[in-house]
Write a protein that binds this ligand. Structure first.
Ligand code: ZN
Ligand code: ZN
Length: 307
């Protein structure tokens, strides 16, 4: 028996959203998806339609769905795609091609930081350092810093990232488990800059379940990367995400309810925790808890082994 779409009541439904008790056809699903992005941006006052907004795109389904849906929801907003070419063999070139393709398709400006040509090393070079077993952690530090650099080049103070509902709830559980309160509050939908001149980080997909990003990419014919990073052997949050999927089977609104209550907890936590004391890195001038920031330390380390 075919079910008819609950919205248009004409096309056959293909997508079942148990948490919303909705069965939708592909067209109505895309509309539903984009409307949620628009409402999330408006609810948390992430930006105004006339702002210039940087969008961090890796080439993965989440960030590609983010750029496409933002452009659809806010056609007059000036979005700039920001991409880092990490120089990872058999991977980065593929990702960059997909990002270039989408930017062209949407007529969006693209700013790329090329690690190899601009800094003289690639993420692969970290295999020769003490980070060989935690490459993803070094890569994360490098990316966080360079997206700030890219935002500055693009002359925007707003940086949108593709963190989805599952990412946020899974990371939240991890930080809760480890009692890492200062990291926990950083998961909020709009993160103010640590210092002036830095970006406001926004998460327009914070209410979007991960599996819907893939569906949105497929239905909207969005190009996205089809190969996995050779360094990502085990995803740190994979176990938490599997657990969330399992719990969502019995209670479809589980992830949404966790997020809702978490957002209520943030202001209370923020008042209770001490703000980290920050100074500026003596090499790059970025905010840092030590004399030399984590980014500059890693750059120095990888340059040493390259010599
Ligand atoms: Zn429909
Ligand atoms: Zn630094």
């Amino acid at each position: 028996m075919t079910v008819t779409c609950r919205r248009c009541r004409s096309a056959p439904a293909e997508v079942q959203l148990a948490y919303a008790k909705l069965s939708l056809c592909p067209n109505c699903f895309q509309e539903f998806y984009v409307n949620r992005v628009r409402r999330t941006v408006e609810e948390f006052k992430m930006f105004k339609p006339k702002d210039k907004v940087g969008v961090a795109v890796s080439g993965g389904k989440d960030s590609m769905a983010l750029l496409h849906s933002l452009k659809t929801a806010f056609p007059i907003t000036n979005f700039i795609a920001l991409h880092i070419d990490l120089g990872i063999k058999d991977y980065s070139k593929h990702c960059k091609e997909k990002v270039e393709k989408l930017a062209k398709m949407l007529d969006v400006e693209l700013e790329v930081f090329d690690l190899e040509s601009e800094l003289g090393f690639s993420i692969d070079d970290f295999r020769k350092t003490i980070y060989r077993r935690k490459l993803c952690s070094a890569c994360g530090t490098i990316k966080r810093h360079l997206f700030e650099v890219l935002a500055e080049r693009a002359k925007t103070r707003i940086l949108a990232t593709g963190h989805n509902l599952d990412d946020v709830v899974a990371t939240m559980l991890n930080n809760f488990f480890n009692g890492n309160w200062s990291q926990l509050v950083r998961l909020k939908p709009v993160l103010k800059p640590l210092m002036p001149n830095q970006t406001f980080k926004i998460k327009p997909l914070i209410k979007t379940p991960e599996e819907e990003n893939l569906l949105y990419c497929l239905y909207s014919e969005i190009p996205f990367r089809e190969v996995n990073c050779p360094h990502a052997h085990t995803e740190r949050l994979k176990e938490n995400k599997d657990m969330l999927q399992y719990l969502s089977k019995g209670n479809p609104g589980f992830r949404h309810q966790m997020l809702k209550n978490f957002l209520k907890l943030i202001p209370i936590l923020e008042k209770a925790i001490e703000k980290p004391k920050l100074t500026t890195c003596k090499i790059c001038g970025f905010p840092s808890s030590a004399e030399v920031c984590a980014f500059c330390k890693r750059v120095e380390m990888v340059r040493k082994v390259k010599k």
